[in-house]
Structures are given as structure tokens and as C-alpha cells.
Design a protein around this ligand. Structure first.
Ligand code: SF4
Length: 394
């Protein structure tokens, strides 16, 4: 059994010079530090720009004034303690307020701050809501990291969810396979618990969180195989992060290696503008270009990911761009009337979030020569509407 030790004080990380540690104290006072000896061991300390270091080691740039604590307004969709219901068929159960490490880009860091009560130890009201809402077929158990719960507690939650007939898919969101794969490898009971709740016609998905191919160590790959051998479906999601995976070669390698292992590359997220993460944000149009180039190095199986923004109004796919225009589509919409809606905006290379295209209700002129007179200004235009008017050709 591997001995992995959790580290919550930077002073224990002696690979960081003492002077730098002192400088970072102001950062960790605001946003806590947490890592472990396995994950810190992946860092090349001779490289100040090491991508794993950027994921886990605090940075003075986190003190820059930027973003919100709840950038996607998740708490607005809270329907019971610890339960969010934003999309018709899907609910999110916040089962834990702790992770194997604290990612510096985390969009849920508010859960780790003192006084936050969005995660509830009592899941019963949330389960009751789920029992009473038969249109919910998908539940994402997340947090925080559910694989840090005791096996008994995790088993209880999964058993209760499985007892609800209309819930077909249970997803467990975790970064433990990257942060500390020994949590999976050293505990056969955990793997058996997950496997037991993955049924022939109602699978359990483990949504893993690899940001960089270097996290796919032989130990991590073994942990992924252990999960898949137990009958669990594994898919990966990652934000597109400055200095971590914003190089098409790196992102393409991540996609390819995941596909070789049998873990589906699922979502790539535009980083949510969350307090403390500005230095890790890549503007949307640059992210799209990195994403598309990365995909060009991949086989079909490796290019199944979608590039999306988890906006307050829904999950918006960044579909593509021409020289002057950028195209979005609601992949999931909080307002069912917006489902699948296709949107076109003039390009804005500075934009880091969907709101930047809507700023002040003003959008730069979309050339009339492309879309006809209706497209001159204003908010997004429906391509279908324009086509119906005979004004568009895309
Ligand atoms: S694993 Fe997820 S919830 Fe946990 S710190 Fe990282 S981004 Fe935040």
C-alpha cells in the first residue's frame, strides 16, 4: 500500500524556496492550499512553468481582482440542501466539500470557504426531491470529491439513488484518479462499491478530471483500468487552462491517450471567471483555435469532446468561427425554450466569457453583406431566422 500524505501548509513543500513560500502566504490565507505527496511528486521543480505546478501551487496572480465566487450562478438553482436542478433531466448532488487537492482554477472554491452551506451532510431532502421529480434521469454526485467520502457513506448515497427507478445514469465526479490514484488502487471495496451500482441497463459513470497528459502516470492508468474492469464507464472533463493544456500538441496528446485507455474525452470547459483564476484563463476564440487544432491530431474516438461554457443560462457549446463571426449553441439550456438555440456574434478576441459578447446589450456590427439588413446590430441573431428571410449564407 502506497503511503500518500496530504499537505495543507506550503511550509511542508520545501521544493518551493522559503522566500517564495512567505510571498504566497497572502494567497493561501484567501484560497486554501491542499495537495498530497503523490501529486506534488509529478512536478518538475526546476521548471517554474511546470503545468502540474500551475494546477496545484498557489500563485500571487490569484490576488488580482477578477471574477465571482459563483461565476455560473450555480447556487441560484439550489432546490434542496446540497441539490441543484438546472436542466430538466439532470440534477447535481453536492455530496462533499473537500477534494484530494485544491485546483487553483477551481470554479467551486466557494464550497471550501468557511461559512458556505451549499453542501449538506444531510442528503435526505435532496433524495426526496429526486424521488418526486420523475423527469430527472441523470444525477451527478460531486462536490468536492465524493471519492473522499467513506465507502459506507458513498454506498448509502448510491444505493438510495439506485433505488429511484427513474434515475438511469449516475455520474460521480472526481479528480482522485489524477490527484491520488492510490485511493482507488489500495481500496478494492471502493471499486467494488462503484461497480455494484453500475447495472447492465443503468450505468454508473465516473467523470475523471485529467488536465494534462503527465497526470496519466502508470499508477493513474492502472486506477482507470481498475474502475473500467469493475464495469464503470469512465469519461474525462477538463478546463482549457493557460500554461497547462493550451498547447494543441498537449491537449491532443491528452485526448489521444485517454482514448487509448478507453476513457472518453467528454467536455473541455472554458474556464469560468472565478475569483483567483484570471492567470489560467484563455480567451474564448484562442481556446477554440487550440481545441480545433488539438482535435486535428486525433482519431475520431479521441475527438469526441465538446468545447463548452457552463454559463448561468446553460451549457453553451462553442461551435466554430469564421474570420468575422463566432458560433454558439445551447448544448443544455436552463430555459427549455432556448434548447439547441444557435447564436452568431461578431468575433471578439478579448472575450473570456459569453457575457463579453453581450456586454451592455451591444454587439459589434455583423456585416450586412453576410447576413442582410436584419443582422446589423443587437444581440445574437438566429441563423435559421435569417435563412428564412433569405439574408444569410453560411
Ligand atoms: S477537483 Fe474540482 S471541485 Fe475539487 S478543487 Fe479541483 S476543480 Fe475544484
Amino acid at each position: 500500500m502506497a503511503k500518500v500524505r496530504y499537505v495543507t501548509h506550503l511550509d511542508s513543500v520545501t521544493s518551493i524556496p522559503a522566500r517564495e513560500r512567505r510571498r504566497l502566504a497572502a494567497v493561501t490565507e484567501r484560497f486554501a492550499f491542499r495537495a498530497n505527496t503523490y501529486y506534488l511528486g509529478l512536478i518538475d521543480w526546476d521548471d517554474p512553468d511546470d503545468p502540474i505546478r500551475r494546477i496545484i501551487v498557489p500563485d500571487p496572480a490569484e490576488l488580482e481582482d477578477w471574477g465571482d465566487l459563483d461565476a455560473s450562478d450555480e447556487s441560484a438553482y439550489k432546490v434542496a440542501p446540497g441539490l441543484e436542478h438546472k436542466y430538466e433531466y439532470t440534477a447535481v448532488l453536492l455530496a462533499h466539500d473537500f477534494c484530494g487537492g485544491f485546483c487553483r482554477f477551481c470554479f467551486r472554491k466557494r464550497l471550501f470557504l468557511e461559512g458556505n452551506s451549499e453542501v449538506s451532510r444531510d442528503v435526505e431532502p435532496g433524495l426526496e426531491y429526486l424521488r418526486n421529480h420523475p423527469r430527472i434521469t441523470n444525477v451527478l454526485v460531486t462536490g468536492g470529491d465524493p471519492l473522499l467520502l467513506s465507502n459506507k457513506r458513498l454506498d448509502y448515497i448510491l444505493s438510495e439513488l439506485r433505488a429511484i427507478e427513474h434515475i438511469k445514469v449516475i455520474r460521480v465526479g472526481t479528480k482522485m484518479a489524477a490527484f491520488n490514484p492510490h485511493r482507488i488502487l489500495d481500496d478494492p471495496e471502493l471499486v467494488a462499491t462503484l461497480g455494484r451500482h453500475s447495472l447492465p441497463e443503468r450505468k454508473l459513470y465516473v467523470m475523471v478530471h485529467f488536465n494534462h497528459p503527465r497526470e496519466l502516470t502508470p499508477t493513474a492508468v492502472e486506477a482507470l483500468n481498475r474502475l473500467m474492469d469493475a464495469g464503470v464507464v469512465v469519461a474525462n472533463q477538463t478546463p482549457l487552462l493557460r500554461g497547462v493544456n493550451d498547447d494543441p500538441e498537449v491537449l491532443g496528446e491528452l485526448f489521444n491517450r485517454l482514448s487509448y485507455i478507453g476513457a472518453t474525452p467528454y467536455y473541455v470547459f472554458q474556464v469560468r471567471p472565478t475569483q483567483g483564476n484570471k492567470h489560467l484563463v484563455v480567451p474564448i476564440e484562442e481556446a477554440l483555435s487550440v481545441f480545433e487544432e488539438a482535435r486535428s491530431h486525433c482519431s475520431g474516438l479521441a475527438k469526441r469532446a465538446r468545447l463548452v461554457m457552463s454559463h448561468a443560462s446553460g451549457k453553451i457549446e462553442i461551435v466554430g468561427a469564421t474570420g468575422e463571426l463566432i458560433f454558439f449553441r445551447y448544448h443544455r439550456a436552463a430555459d427549455t425554450h432556448q434548447r439547441g438555440r444557435f447564436m452568431v456574434f461578431a468575433r471578439n478576441p478579448e472575450a473570456t466569457w459569453f457575457d463579453d459578447y453581450l456586454r451592455d446589450g451591444e454587439v459589434a456590427a455583423i456585416p450586412a453583406s453576410i447576413f442582410g439588413p436584419r443582422a446589423k446590430i443587437g444581440a445574437e441573431v438566429s441563423v435559421l431566422e435569417l435563412l428564412a428571410e433569405g439574408g444569410a449564407s453560411v
